[in-house]
Each structure stands twice: as structure tokens, then as C-alpha cells.
Design a protein around this ligand. Sequence first.
Ligand code: FAD
Length: 412
Amino acid sequence: MAGKTVVILGGGVGGLMTANSLRTLLPDRHRIMLVEKNSQHSLAASHLWVMSGDRDPADITRPIASLVRHGVELITSDVHGIDVSRAVVEVDSGSLSYDFLVVALGAEMAPELVPGLPAAHTFYTLDGAVRLRDSLRQFPGGTVAVVVSSVPYKCPGAPHEGAMLIADTFRRRGMRDRVDMHLFTPEPQPMPVAGPELGDAVRSMLDSSGVGFHPGHKLKEVISEKGELVFEGKEPVKCDLLVAIPPHRGPTLARESGLANETGWIPVDPATLRTKHDNVYAIGDATTIAIPGRWKLDVPLNLPKAGVFAHCQADVVARRIAAEINGSPASETFAGDGYCVLEAGGRMAGFAFGDFLATPQPKVQMRNLGRSWHVGKVLFEKWWLAPYGLRRSLLRAAITMGARAVGIPVHL
Ligand SMILES: Cc1cc2nc3c(=O)[nH]c(=O)nc-3n(C[C@H](O)[C@H](O)[C@H](O)COP(=O)(O)OP(=O)(O)OC[C@H]3O[C@@H](n4cnc5c(N)ncnc54)[C@H](O)[C@@H]3O)c2cc1C
């Protein structure tokens, strides 16, 4: 059989996992090409620890080449175009033809969509987390607002973790009583997609950290000169330090190539991750997967954008493509199981896990705050950033065994 070529666009969480899994599943005569514009990868979940001063950027950043399996062809280049009709993508050095394409281009940040927002702090980028860390160190006291500017956004837990970790940095500096902390979001409750009970659990974590939670607040404008946040239909709110979760949008390339729908995200079959085009899959943050039949809320309920889902979807897609190439039936499907460690500060964390796609209600449970969840997240960070070899294998075994011991289906 002639060798096939699988091209993967985007070397973040989903793209790296897809490329590495495929390399273990397919013989060497099949080519696996991973196209990524950056030569360095930083783990986004750890941006929060950069912000809190617990990590330096170098601690959470690795050359992408060290994270890909031997035999994956890493192409460090921008992707300039996708032509699904000709099965070709354009990169800096020319055209790449593919037999199978996996689009894992993530989400784009678009702070410019809200007037005044580009000047705000954010921990959603590594540079932003560094700048915010420095500003938190110099903050003399006052009101801090963490604002989710719109939905959807990456990682439904991150704004809550961010607010609690910021509160914790002030506690560690002995000035918590001089800082008033608030979290604003257009959503009706914390993490609505995980159900009302989980929302209550996260709310009580925020309460314990002294973070005021303000649902139903849709940000319209930031007037920096006055230190004022303007929300739709609400009184303006004053703050001294604004930390924003900027608006997100689907990848420009997905829109330009016709892969995206009217929302700008790529619709996929929820079970197979296949797009409307033959042999073209999409995974992770770039996609949109609606969850039908949920209780009524005023925000659209889609599968959250989270690394854990990109990771599982990558595995499904790799197995399906490998089965198709090997001529065996492709049976692997994505089930919507996921988990989320919510850092609360003081090296404590909560843990939510379950089936996010279950209908009519999600089946997501929350475990009590504990140090072990924090340790689990640290171990995951070490595993993700470790080069291939003994250390990575040992970390994987430790995480999987630890998770099994407490009855949690973690799959790395
Ligand atoms: C602060 C923060 C905390 C988070 N915490 C968690 C957590 O605890 N748990 C969790 O599950 N998730 C978490 N997430 C979310 C998680 O990081 C994302 O959901 C995950 O990275 C999505 O993977 P992806 O492969 O879809 O996209 P990404 O990982 O974003 O990868 C997309 C890749 O495509 C590349 N790319 C884009 N355009 C081009 C182009 N034109 N040419 C070439 N390359 C391109 C990008 O450079 C990038 O490397 C967090 C996110 C943030 C911001």
C-alpha cells in the first residue's frame, strides 16, 4: 500500500497529541506533518502560576521540537491557506498535499472587539501573565475586577481560578484586606455547561476566597481614564485594576476556507470530529459542538473549549485516521468526558469531572478542595512539558495510577 500523508495544522494541545498518537499508530511509510507557527510551546494552564509568581515563563515553555515524537515532520511555518477542494494547504515554503487533514488551530483573541479593552490586563497570554504578575506586585490596594468579556472562551474554570489566585497573591503579601475582588461574567452562573450544582460549588469556592461573583454582566466598554467598566443595562462599575478574558473568535483560516459556520467556529460531528469535507477533521478550541436538550439558559450551551477535550478528541481522530489508512473499521468515538482542576490558592484545588455532553443534564461531579488535586495538576504540567523518554513515561504512570486509585478516569 502506498504511503499516505496526514497534515495537522496547529501544534498546540490537540495538534501535538494527534501527531504523536498517529506516529505510534502508523508505520513509518505514512507521513505525519505538523505545521505550527511558533517554535516554542507554553502550557496555558500554567499561565496562572506565572501570574501568581509561582513559575517563570521558562519553567512552562519548551521548544516544540522536544515535544514531538521521532518521525513526526515538524514544519515551523504559518499556515496561509487551506483548499479543501484540492486537498492542499499553503505554508511558507509552498503547498502541502494531504490525504487526511486535522485542523487544530485553536481560538484567536480579539480584545479590540470591546472598546477600551486592549489596554486591560489578561492572563490568557504568556506575555499578559508576566505583565499582570508585575502589576500585582506593585498594586497598592483597591478594587480588582476580573471580567469575562464574552462567551465562548477557553477553559470555563480559568476566570474563577484566576480571581482566586489573584486574591491569594494579596493574602500572601499580607494585604488581602486592602483589596476588593470581583468577578463579572455574562453567564448566569459559574461554568453553566457543567450544571447548577457545580455552579453552586464554584460559587462557594469564590465566596471562601472573598471574591464577589456577578453573573449576567455583559461588558460593553472600558473607559480607562475614569477606571470605569460599562456593562449592558447595568450601572457603571469602578475598578483600579482590570483583568480581562478577551473575546475569542474562530481561526481566520477556518473562516476563509469555508470550514467555519456563521459563528466563525468549525462545526464537527460530535462523535467522530469529522467536518463536512471528506478526510478533514477538526478538534479542540477551533470547533463548535452544540449540546442539545439542556435546561434553558440565556447563553448558548456548547462543549467548553478546554485542553482536556482537545486532548481526548486528538486521540479519537488519530485512531480513526489510522483505522481508515489501515483499512479497518473506525470505531473510536468522542464521548464528552472531561475533568477540570480548579486552583483556589494556598496550593489547594477543587476537582470537577464527568460527562459534559450528557443530556438533559451534564453528569459532572465536584470533589472537595484538597491538596492532592493541586499536586495532580503540577504532575500533569511536568508530564506535558517533559521530553520523550523515561521521565515522561514515569510521570504518565504516576498520574494514571494516582487517578485510578481515587476512581477518576484520567487518560493521557
Ligand atoms: C489561562 C488558561 C488556563 C487554562 N487552563 C486549562 C486547564 O486547566 N485545563 C484545560 O483542559 N484547559 C485549560 N485551558 C484551555 C486550553 O489551553 C485550550 O483549550 C487548549 O490549548 C486547546 O487546544 P487546541 O489544540 O485546540 O488549541 P491551542 O492549544 O491553542 O493550539 C493552537 C495552535 O495553533 C497554532 N496556530 C494558530 N494559527 C496558526 C497559523 N495560521 N499557522 C500555524 N499555526 C497556527 C497556534 O500557534 C497554537 O499553537 C486554559 C487556557 C488558558 C488560556
